[in-house]
Design a protein around this ligand. Structure first.
Ligand SMILES: [Fe+2]
Ligand SMILES: [Fe+2]
Length: 277
């Protein structure tokens, strides 16, 4: 039993019911007969060489390492707007909140050496691909289910505790962190802002808070954004929960890996996908 790289991408999409490959995901070196894969969150030139040396049929990464998924990543940021407007943020305000992030991602993609890792895979004739948005969407739905399963009067602390019971988060050495707010605060309306390319920083959190959302969930955030939000909302009951980057990415990747293994693909996990397995 073997799968092509296209079929593997298809499986990632089927898990979330999507038809189109997202802009941040792609096949860098294709293959028709994949039986074994080395799977991780970040797999780049050194890991491509490792996989080639050890005879893996495929290197399957999460984060976009190069090519189109890196250069033309910005369209996935449309998801940021979609998630905000679903919580009642006016579209114009949502676009404004994501404008600087869009610009930064476009600049970063434009300046990146998008050939670095894919060219090494080509040089070694090592099949190589990455799936980003779809596995993250699996994780987002898991977080959403947990939020929706709590009582209306649940506290932020209770939410953080149940999130901490997700196997990947429980096993990881990172913890669920409360970057803004107190455990005793009411959870209120929760926005799960994950599977949108990257976190929305202070600007997206602000757009949520100013439009009736009480608690925002990110999987990671920078120190500068935390400081900004603390300064602006530190004496309110608004909350920002951060679940941990790699543990959270592992949630969706693990479900993807399970589906691949069910199709007969032999997967070895490293670089974060080894968490919770
Ligand atoms: Fe991710
Ligand atoms: Fe990530």
């Amino acid at each position: 039993m073997s799968l092509s790289t296209e079929e593997i991408m298809e499986i990632s999409l089927d898990l979330v019911g999507w038809d189109e490959v997202p802009a941040d995901s792609g096949i860098h070196v294709s293959a028709d007969d994949v039986e074994t894969a080395l799977v991780g969150i970040d797999l780049e030139s050194p890991e491509i060489q490792l996989a080639e040396r050890e005879g893996y049929d495929l290197v399957l990464a999460h984060h976009p390492p190069g090519g189109d998924p890196r250069v033309n990543f910005a369209p996935v940021l449309d998801k940021q707007v979609e998630f905000m407007t679903a919580h009642g943020v006016p579209e114009e305000r949502a676009e404004e909140a994501v404008a600087s992030l869009r610009s930064r991602m476009k600049h970063a993609g434009h300046s990146a050496n998008y050939r670095h890792d894919p060219s090494i895979a080509e040089h070694l004739d090592q099949p190589y691909m990455n799936a980003h948005l779809a596995p993250d969407e699996i994780g987002r739905r898991r977080f959403r289910e947990i939020a929706d399963g709590l009582d209306d009067d649940a506290s932020v602390g209770q939410f953080a505790d149940v999130l901490g019971e997700i196997p990947e988060i429980e096993e990881a050495i990172t913890n669920v962190e409360l970057r803004l707010g107190e455990r005793a605060n009411g959870l209120g309306e929760v926005a799960i802002h994950h599977a949108a390319g990257t976190n929305g920083g202070s600007e997206v959190a602000r757009a949520y808070f100013d439009n009736g959302v009480d608690t925002v969930l990110y999987i990671h955030i920078g120190a500068g954004d935390t400081a900004t939000l603390q300064e602006e909302y530190g004496d309110t009951e608004k909350n920002l929960i951060v679940t941990g980057h790699i543990a959270s990415d592992a949630i969706g990747m693990n479900e993807f890996i399970d589906a691949l293994e069910a199709e007969g693909l032999e997967c070895d996990t490293v670089s974060g996908c080894d968490i919770g397995r």
